[in-house]
Design a protein around this ligand. Sequence first.
Ligand code: THU
Length: 160
Amino acid sequence: MEIKNLHIQYQYFNSKSDLSDDDQILLHSAFDAKKGSHSPYSKFKVGAAVLLENGQIIKGSNQENASYPIGLCAERTALAAVVALFPQDKILTIAITASTVLSVVDQPVAPCGICRQTILESEFKQHQNIRLILSGESGAVFIFNTVKDLLPLFFDSEHL
Ligand code: THU
């Protein structure tokens, strides 16, 4: 038996004002996307903004349902809009943020497991990595160059 270590890499920024101008614009769009959140059950509003190679920014927000399990996360709402509106365009970056009435979200918000797997499939489909910008309302911001760093030992079509 031997112990193996996994190495994941991300960029750490003390605050969103340290991001590049382009990344700040995209993150601002994610904040704006939260306005479309339908989250009467969790009261947790999530916004996602997807930057396409054509320069378009597509926004999505979480859409909950009285039948809880069928709710949709912000990331997958945005990704569904992308394939509906711009099926040929590659995704460069996704910015994600969240807020809640219960407290200030001062930690970066990371996508859930289902969203990570969905973003992974988008990477494979377009043969190109997708950058992720993760932010709370305040505090540090993390940037990942690929969702694979958030999903070590991922499951993909190679296993089928
Ligand atoms: N949520 C997202 O929209 N994205 C995630 O990656 C994490 C969770 C939503 C789902 C639900 O509407 C609320 O946040 C609380 O879990």
